[in-house]
Ligand binder design. Structure first.
Ligand code: 6PG
Length: 242
């Protein structure tokens, strides 16, 4: 793992830097393999990055969109991560619908939906069970409790070592989420974290010693690159380190 930590002056500067980094990953992946696979983060932070990407001229037919986690709501629900990304980005560009792979939340059985999405991912990557597909890029946010994707503190999802997709639990509310080992197989994982409210958790996550189950983002150690893009407020408590 190669780790990069950048503290940007403010959220706008962070968004611009994130957008430019993502474009560089897209260009490199398509040059190498004629396709780019990305798993999107939910929440509010990444929305302006998606709006930045909506203004780019890219080979959309070569770009494949997944999500790292999803709230267990219909895609029309205002809290849907899929809806946010479609409204901010995907509805504005000529990306084929077949290139968009939302997490299913329609069977009224989160475990079944997680299993079905895992099967879809394995089919897309042509990867047999027991192996982990490698995403070119996985975007992640971080909650002020140190969760990432829908991997919440002290939940059973943190223990999953074999599956790609499992059921997360946010105070009893089901989520669909990539697992820790799946995320850690990515070529590149990029955290986007802004705001003073994230600073205490970041200090725990960056500490040499710490409680991984209390701060699940500590578990994210990808085989490839790990990027932390922080704004000054979020990064205020960290010594500069790479
Ligand atoms: C979600 C996200 C979640 C999010 C963090 C940070 O579904 O909410 O995937 O992990 O990234 O909670 O959210 P904000 O960007 O809104 O602070």
């Amino acid at each position: 793992m190669k780790k990069f930590v950048e503290t940007l002056a403010d959220k706008e500067t962070l968004i611009q830097r994130a957008g430019e980094l993502i474009l560089s990953k897209i260009e490199a992946a398509i040059k190498l393999q004629e396709k780019f696979t990305i798993a999107l983060a939910g929440g509010s932070t990444p929305k302006p990055v998606y709006e930045f990407l909506a203004n780019q001229s890219l080979p959309w037919d070569k770009i494949h969109i997944f999500w790292g986690d999803e709230r267990y709501v219909p895609p029309s629900d205002s809290s849907s991560n899929q809806l946010m990304a479609r409204q901010a980005w995907l509805n504005k560009v000529a990306i084929p619908e077949d290139n968009i792979h939302p997490m299913p939340t329609n069977s009224e059985n989160p475990e079944l939906d997680a299993q079905n999405h895992e099967a879809e991912i394995r089919e897309f990557f042509q990867i047999a069970s027991g192996e982990f597909p490698v995403f070119d890029l996985i975007l992640l946010g971080m909650g002020d409790d140190g969760h990432t994707a829908s991997l919440f503190p002290h939940t059973t999802a943190l223990q999953e070592r074999d599956r790609l997709v499992t059921v997360g639990d946010k105070n009893g509310e089901p989520r669909i989420t990539f697992t820790v080992p799946f995320i850690n197989h990515a070529q590149c994982v990029m955290f986007l974290v802004t705001g003073a409210n994230k600073s205490p958790a970041l200090e725990q996550i960056f500490a040499t010693e710490g409680d991984d189950l209390s701060y699940p983002a500590r578990l994210i150690k990808p085989q490839g690159e790990l990027w932390w893009l922080l704004d000054r407020e979020a990064g205020i408590g960290l010594k500069s380190q790479n």
